[in-house]
Write a protein that binds this ligand. Sequence first.
Ligand SMILES: [Zn+2]
Ligand SMILES: [Zn+2]
Length: 376
Amino acid sequence: MPKQKSKKQNRYLPFAVGFKIPSEQEKRKAIGSSPMIPALDPQSFKGFGFFPPIPRPTSIDDWLAQYVEEGQSYSDYQRQCPWLSKRKLKYMPQQFVSKGKTILEKYPDGKIYLLPVGDFSGENCVKFKSLRDFAQIYLGLPVVELPGIALEEENHKIFWTENPEDRPTHGARSSSRKRKFEINSRYHPGTNRIQLKMDETLLRLRSLIPTDALCMVGLTMYDLYGDDTDLFVAGMAAGNHRVAMFSFNRYDPALSFSIEKWYDITCDSTISASERRKLILQRSCKLLVHEIGHLLGIDHCIYYDCCMNGSGHLSEDFRQPMHLCPVDLHKLQTLVGFDIVERYQKLAGFYKEHKMEEELKWVTRRIEFITDQTKS
Ligand SMILES: [Zn+2]
Ligand SMILES: [Zn+2]
């Protein structure tokens, strides 16, 4: 995990053998735009620089230097997305209307749940309410924060503590007693750091998914790992893909991480507190909507510089934009049925409130551009 890209690494590296960079024509086809939605017409935004092409790899660890992604066009999505199917998804106990067009017409009670796992009260922790607000605006779907799961540390071990009274939407329970389990973790005595193993945590999450959930995302400030050989993992989704767990631990710009040892973390105190909080929020928001995008059936993007691009390491992740390219915006718009400009306006409000200048500038230009287009 290279911490920061140095200048001399800016030379381009080849894509993974077999990867084919989409031509302009293929991109246009992938958008599947119709004259009904001028905001998605690639002819109209040509030359405005809203959607640069997907960057070529500059590091051997970059996603497209390692993986041959085929890309998922708009029409692929229409065909493949389980949420757009006329058949109800497996294991969904909630009401289903097969003739519905959008996800909420099909699943009228559907919600996306966020579950805090462990403490989020620290000064440099992301604020849950901001995350929730952002996801709701970005996705255009109801996003609900669940009462958190407490993680208790005792003798360098971690205990998962569930209070059944906190989970009224989950249905019947055999016992109302508070439950406490040790979960797999690893501890490093020299640095006093602890990391959670994903396996069991994901199983626990699956047992907690509310009946009206479209999907549920567990979020934590703890560092995570999958296999013993992992340095860390950002997170993963479980089995039927309706449950996932992610960590914000590595998103703090004041921390730098060793590329060899998971517990080797140093703190740089020169970054200002406000800049630190802003970057943590920005990075966390981006991770969250990227991952929920996957849960909603959107694959990695190979068409443009886009929030749905895959990332092989942290600095690649950090340089990716917050916005969706026209291919993926069209997918989300079809799934949810929002008005594109209205969504951009709400995003502008969020970016303004949280002083996310770069995102605000982009979205403001987009709004102006689309409004001008529709006038002429
Ligand atoms: Zn991804
Ligand atoms: Zn995209």
